[in-house]
Design a protein around this ligand. Sequence first.
Ligand SMILES: [Zn+2]
Length: 222
Amino acid sequence: MAAVANLHLPTQEVRVTSCLYLYGSEANDELGKLIIEEINRMYNEPQGTVRIQDRDMRVVFNISYALINTNEALRMSSFNDSYLNNFIRIEAENHITRSFMGFGLGDNAGHWLTSDNLGTSTTAAHEFGHSLGLDHPANPDFRGSSAPPPIMAARGSLVDPQYQWNPLAKAGEYGGTMNPIHRRVSQEEIALIVEGLTFDETETYYIGYLSNNLFDRKGTVV
Ligand SMILES: [Zn+2]
């Protein structure tokens, strides 16, 4: 995802803004609302802050969506130069059987699957994190930490029993890995998103990059 980060001094906020342009056979308003509700709620929940010019600024996420048809997607993406705009194809299935963002972290293009329960499973919020440049944590073992697993924890991560699919399963065995529904955005992840933004010489930063790729139904680049 590309996004724009703006420093708003009167309210001491860093505002992260972007729009998800949803297209594809399964894109609809009901799903769009669920997706952005999950993303905005999860990223604003930790009330993340970042220290800028010796003041703590709240990092506030304001992500919106719009529905477009495939023709509009082709036209818009062919001349898009705005970091606000992301193109996400929504389908029931694709050839790698999971939702993904484009090539490399920060891409403004993705292919997401309704079978991942977008908007109710934390998958949309996880993919959104990739699009802002976040990778999976290097160590996939979160046992013993008092907090829920972070939003960027990958499927298969090891977690304390209450965060497993089956709390009674042995760690790593069937049912003994993370149930993604327990993931939460952490302050550390918010800090990573805005890392390096000093706002010394500008009030606006552009996060991510613009491949402006579109995908076909199965997830191949058009
Ligand atoms: Zn991932």
